[in-house]
Design a protein around this ligand. Structure first.
Ligand code: SAM
Length: 552
């Protein structure tokens, strides 16, 4: 088995949270490591821990915590109290890809040992006071209690949201936008360092480009999914459950107790959401306030922005589709000025997963079911689709040369359609039949007649392609887990002229790119032309990455 395949398949690392429970008499509880994908947040953390260990010349053994001991003792037993304690004057060393600060703190039980502390909302260079509250074999989860001395990068005056420091949604509001973009560039670099080590060693990974900025830094998210839980103790007791997003840290450092203390925060406004999404959130909260007793279990509420061109001669209310309604039962909407359209645009918030939603991008119109995948930041899409289209061009081509596109993981046709001009034929493949139906409909609605879409797993495309490989460029935009080996092998066998790999998880992208170049038959004919992050989600740790490969 190759190293890459081992990395992909044998992903066992002991990173399951330990919850101390009362041990049953005579029974020794054993810590059971859980399998995690190395390219997931917890998997990446293991690489980050190893990096700190290497820097300080420490071994995994030096930071090993006695989780078995904690596991076998009563809550608040002596080991539990030793491990879960306050630690003062902790210097934060690094920022993890997930936005947390990483630090080395003394072990509570052995003066020769240390612990790795994972501290949300702490920045490298901060001097902080923390409370460790959950012990894992190789790290401890902490709450940030106080920033004793801030890092030069920290600027808490930039924080716009009262829930920041407590909500799991945003991690970077205390950084300038330039520093957020630099953080994301580092994430891309680290991803290739961790997951494409052979390519890094051979120095074939180009310098990572500057992260493309989002035109909107707040108020950009066109989809939000607030959630509520209904634990047994709340059923029928008349108390309304919190409706909002997951709880991430204790807010002592911000002196803020809003939102409650349960696993879900009660949130009435999300400043990264668009205006109409927040209006929808306010409507749905008002409805929930009245109707929560009818629910038997927890649920997630969909809030998706929908844009419609309306006729100025007809009352807007008569032209609205199904959408979130206010307390009087009227659909909430916002009318917006749009220089490109002569007719006014109206935005509503859709809550029904089956409702058809419309988005306008670079003069193209896209429709899809509200519950299906579509990119969440409309403001950056014109630049991203332009970037993808330009990078699909085959170098040295003349306008009369044939050019074909393959769009694997095509969704409702975003990249196929926006890249279709000047191209002879586009063929897209997508596992969701619903999305493919919309891709066909979107092509037609935009007057694009050179696109064909098929339903199936990405590799099904190789049964349908009849275009010459050296005149074909391929778009890859897989889900977070990335592409699988079967697909990558067939892609290499097909041997296209160019590949533009778009990814919402740069770690799985780096793994796939190394696998493709180093482990597949024709992979070594390809070179990485460029690599760059795109900021689809300002204020959060997330980064999209585009890697362009060409046959060298
Ligand atoms: C990140 S989305 C990209 C969609 C599209 N490119 C866009 O930007 O709107 C990934 C898409 O891959 C689809 N998908 C997931 N697994 C797949 C597979 N094995 N083969 C083909 N499509 C798949 C999902 O349904 C989803 O639409």
């Amino acid at each position: 088995m190759s190293t890459q395949t081992e990395l992909k398949r044998v992903a066992t690392q002991e990173i399951e949270p330990i919850r101390p429970k009362q041990s049953k008499k005579g029974k020794i509880r054993k810590y059971k490591p859980k399998t995690v994908d190395p390219t997931s947040a917890l998997g990446v953390l293991q690489f980050e821990i190893d990096e700190i260990l290497a820097e300080f010349n420490l071994t995994r053994n030096t930071i090993l915590n006695d989780v078995g001991c904690i596991l076998n003792e009563e809550r608040d037993g002596p080991m539990h109290r030793l491990y879960h304690r306050e630690v003062n004057s902790v210097e934060v060393l690094k920022a993890g890809a997930n936005g947390e600060g990483l630090a080395l703190i003394p072990s509570p039980v052995d003066t020769d040992k240390k612990q790795i502390a994972l501290i949300p909302f702490a920045l490298p260079g901060d001097l902080v006071r923390i409370k460790t509250f959950k012990t894992h074999p190789h790290y401890v989860e902490c709450d940030l209690l106080e920033v004793i001395k801030p890092s030069g990068k920290r600027n808490d005056d930039l924080i716009e949201c009262k829930y920041f420091g407590k909500c799991s949604g945003c991690q970077l509001q205390h950084l300038t936008y330039e520093d957020q973009l630099a953080f994301k560039k580092r994430t891309v670099m680290n991803a290739y360092k961790f997951f494409a080590p052979k390519l890094m060693e051979e120095k074939v990974v180009p310098e990572v480009g500057e992260t493309m900025r989002s035109p909107l830094e707040f108020g950009y998210r066109t989809k939000l999914t607030p959630h509520f839980d209904l634990p047994k103790r709340m059923k029928g007791n008349g108390e309304r459950p919190a409706l909002g997003f997951g709880h991430k840290g204790r807010p002592q450092w911000r002196g803020n107790a809003d939102g409650g203390s349960g696993p879900m925060l009660d949130i009435e406004e999300c400043i990264i959401g668009t205006k109409i999404i927040n209006k929808g959130m306010s409507n749905e909260r008002a409805r929930f306030e009245k109707e929560f007793t009818k629910y038997q279990k927890g649920a997630t509420i969909l809030l998706r922005e929908h844009t419609k061109v309306v006729d100025p001669q007809t009352p807007i209310e008569e032209q609205l589709d199904e959408g979130s309604t206010d307390i009087e039962g009227k659909i909430s909407y916002l009318q917006i000025a749009d220089e490109e359209n002569e007719k006014p645009l109206v935005k509503t918030c859709v809550t029904n997963t089956r409702q058809i939603v419309t988005e306008y991008i670079n003069g193209f119109t896209f429709q899809f079911s509200a519950g299906e995948f579509f990119q969440n930041n409309n403001s950056i899409l014109p630049s991203v689709t332009d970037y993808v289209r330009k990078n699909l061009q085959i170098e040295g081509s003349k306008p009369e040369d044939p050019h074909y596109l393959v769009d694997a993981y095509c969704g409702s046709g975003l990249f196929s359609i926006t890249s279709s001009k000047g191209v002879d034929r586009v063929i897209g493949v997508e596992v969701s039949a619903d999305s493919v139906a919309f891709a066909e409909r979107n092509a037609k609605a935009n007057g694009v007649d050179n696109c064909k879409f098929i339903v199936g797993k990405a590799e099904k495309i190789f049964g349908s392609i009849d275009t010459p490989a050296d005149r074909t460029s391929v778009i890859l935009d897989p889900p977070r887990k990335g592409c699988d080996d079967v697909f990558l092998k067939q892609l290499a066998e097909y041997n296209p002229a160019r590949i533009v790999y778009i990814s919402c998880n740069v770690h799985s992208q780096a793994r796939d790119v190394e696998y493709f170049i180093k482990e597949t038959e024709n992979g070594n004919c390809f070179k990485i032309e460029s690599l760059r992050g795109f900021d689809f989600f300002p204020q959060t740790h997330h980064v999209e990455s585009i890697c362009v490969l060409s046959r060298g």
